[in-house]
Design a protein around this ligand. Sequence first.
Ligand SMILES: Nc1nc2c(ncn2[C@@H]2O[C@H](COP(=O)(O)OP(=O)(O)OP(=O)(O)O)[C@@H](O)[C@H]2O)c(=O)[nH]1
Length: 660
Amino acid sequence: MALVSNAGLLQLNGKASDGEDYSSADDNVLPLSVVLEETPLSVHAPLVTSFNDRIRPLLDAVDKLRHLKVMQEGIQLPTIVVVGDQSSGKSSVLESLAGINLPRGQGICTRVPLIMRLQHHPDPHPELFLEFFGKTVPTDETNISNAINDATNEIAGGGKGISNTPLTLVVKKNGVPDLTMVDLPGITRVPVHGQPDDIYEQISGIIMEYIKPEESIILNVLSATVDFPTCESIRMSQRVDKTGLRTLAVVTKADKAPEGLLEKVTADDVNIGLGYVCVRNRIGDESYEDARMEEAKLFDTHPLLSKIDKSMVSIPVLAQKLVQIQATIISKCLPEIVRKIGDKLNMNISELKKMPKHLSSVTDAMTAFLQIIGSSKESLRKILVRGEFEEYPDEKRMHCTARLAEMLNQYSVELQTGAENDSSEKFLMEEITVLEEAKGIGLPNFLPRTAFLTILQRKVKAISGTPIDFVAKSSTRRAAQNLIAKMKERSTQVVTDIVEMEKLTDYTCDPEYMMVWRKLMENQNAFNTVMNNNYNPSNILMEGFGEIDVGHLRPYPNVRDEAFDLKMRITAYWKIVLKRLVDCMALHLLFSIQMLVNKDMEREIVNEVMGCGGGGVEQMLEESPSVAGKRERLKKSIKLLKESKEVVAKIIDRITINED
Ligand SMILES: Nc1nc2c(ncn2[C@@H]2O[C@H](COP(=O)(O)OP(=O)(O)OP(=O)(O)O)[C@@H](O)[C@H]2O)c(=O)[nH]1
């Protein structure tokens, strides 16, 4: 009969005394009726019940996720973590649960995290193996202790140092509970001989990493021989689990210190939310069967120990509690794990997609290259030729067709102004001087062509800088710099040629020339009237020139008419020249742009990339180490998460089928 009830005990029907329902599924927990049935409590029953078979698939899924190292992705798994001060009896508890011989003794034995996977199997022959560094090492019950020591030496070195790399021990044995636990190095304050000085920091670092996540259940192994509040492992677990709701205490060595044990576990000074289980492990060379019988006898017959409630003593009770807690925590965590795997996978896939395409062959590189040329040509065509600016809605500088039209207008205005500015001399005086110089033998009313050309050349020269300036100004962003430089050079040449041509010849088939000239010559009568009478006022209003003073021309009666005619011809012709310059410039620019978009750009890029013996293609195949590293990391993580997703998908299918 139970004499004592434990205030903090997690009852096996699933209700903790604090009201927290550890084994029932809350709303977001998978429909796990499989794990919610009451488990019969019998200290003499085999550790395995049908209960094990039902939680086994869930545990297998979590173990597979652990094996895949999904924790590397920041996804925590429900884990029972065994902690305890050095020599508290951790390994002894584990070997009691597993019925195998683990390295035991004084001094530091557990030097790496030992993931212990216990699995019941019907075969009477146990199957044991170790997994570490990606390899599987089979072993047996006789050699397990040595095999663990060898593996530990391989992982953490031959000395007394410790390592964070876990070692997995799989024990498939008839009668063991389906349990996975992680045994961690025992906490020691003072380094023993051969241990590094910072051994405490190293061990506590590893322990904290394992017990911190909310998904961890802390199995705190306490020796009955010590005062619980002084235990380092209690201090540590209290730091991460203040309320103690995820801490279960196992009190070892009950046989060694029975006095006051009942009071210690009843008082619960150290706030253990999941309760206490007192045990007596194997001593010396006892067999497991003998050890269990001795334990049962001890708690049944010992005058002090027998007073402790039976739900708080013995290894079988511990096994059942752990199995139930494990089922509860797994059912509680699994939906969140499924969600996190999905979220993380989607995030990584979209991040990988955002990365620039990896070019692994010359064909890939060439295809990408042609695509780049194609799309840049299309972009240029849009902004330079078609005036479609949707790629740069707010960048006025990129609205090239509009900017070009503006520039051509400005150019035309500048040409006009440039031409007008040079007429600083008095009316007709320049013409008269030129005509004087061009005098030859010939009929007087034949206007010498040389005079016309001289004036024309002067005028062209005066504005010749303007078209070249204009070419220098017109450039487009984003197109390759040297291409623009070449285009400018070519345009400057063309413009210079046009100006030179205008200087050399005086030709137009434009009827406007004659029309304008005639119109201007209509002023001649009024001009002559003023000229022929010295008493007339010397001011005259002439169409195209405004009001001008012509008094200074009176001393030149012979050449005056000729000069007048020359001036009117030049004026009419100059209009044609300016128009021609603007038109030519516009045509040339549009032509250059078409050439740039359709031919030059492509040729220039090909030259750039294929130059130096085609090394450009190889360069395109090379990725910077940081990009390549990131891509590799993402790919690895996606592979891992996909595999993890498959693992959880299978288990959810299975549960759903079972539920149906
Ligand atoms: N009498 C008795 N001795 C025990 C009991 N449990 C453990 N021991 C002994 O206590 C010593 C330490 O036990 P271990 O299981 O090696 O302790 P540990 O915590 O794993 O040790 P480390 O891994 O070194 O931290 C061993 O000599 C065990 O035989 C028990 O219930 N009763």
